[in-house]
Design a protein around this ligand. Structure first.
Ligand code: PNS
Length: 187
């Protein structure tokens, strides 16, 4: 039993566009190590995303509801500023493969140098070592089966968003081909 009254808090930051089973694996394991785990969604206006920040927060809140000590939030700007403002001394990052390590090490050292914020690297479950939101989106866009890679509710939302997007693209295509046909009819 822990006698200290200090709350051990950590943050798990990311884009989560959308949250995958790989993210959930890290979030669940990190939640077991800390009193409070904040899952923080980066607000990045320069990066185009499939889901809005609010949608990503809603999905994360839903799929982490079983962990009583996980809270979902968003942040913009530097992660260390968010950590400082929220008294969070530790960042938790999942490492899928050696290829993740170079960049993650650089960020971890920079964050430690900037604000004394430490990083805990957690090896992902090998079942998810190939998993990335970007790959999931690409595979699902072309009809591949990603059922086992995402929580059910997220999978449903992904398929419905991709269907909406495809319909929108078809409508735009019809629109632009009608316009060019009309143009070519002009005397
Ligand atoms: O899921 P992602 O997109 O790989 O997450 C990357 C993230 C959000 C963890 C990283 O880009 C980040 O911490 N961005 C915040 C901006 C920042 O602090 N940059 C300096 C890092 S040393």
């Amino acid at each position: 039993m822990r006698m200290s009254s200090v709350i051990r808090r950590a943050v798990c930051p990311g884009s989560f566009d959308p949250v995958t089973n790989g993210h959930l694996d890290i979030i669940g394991r990190a939640a077991n190590l800390y009193d409070e785990l904040v899952v923080a969604v980066l607000i990045n206006k320069s990066k185009s995303s499939l889901f809005t920040v609010d949608e990503r927060i809603a999905m994360l809140t839903d799929v982490t509801a079983e962990y009583g000590n996980v809270r979902v939030d968003s942040f913009h700007g530097l992660l260390v500023d968010y950590c400082r403002a929220n008294q969070i001394p530790v960042v938790v990052k999942g490492l899928r493969a050696v290829s993740d390590f170079d960049y993650e090490l650089q960020m971890a050292q920079m964050n430690r140098g900037l604000a004394g914020v430490d990083t805990l690297f957690m090896p992902t479950n090998p079942e998810y070592s190939f998993l990335a939101s970007s790959l999931v989106k690409e595979i699902a866009t072309y009809g591949g089966d990603v059922t086992s890679l995402l929580p059910d509710a997220v999978h449903k939302q992904l398929l419905s968003r991709l269907a909406e997007r495809a319909q929108h693209e078809r409508a735009q295509h019809v629109d632009s081909s009608t316009t060019s046909a009309e143009r070519s009819e002009q005397p």
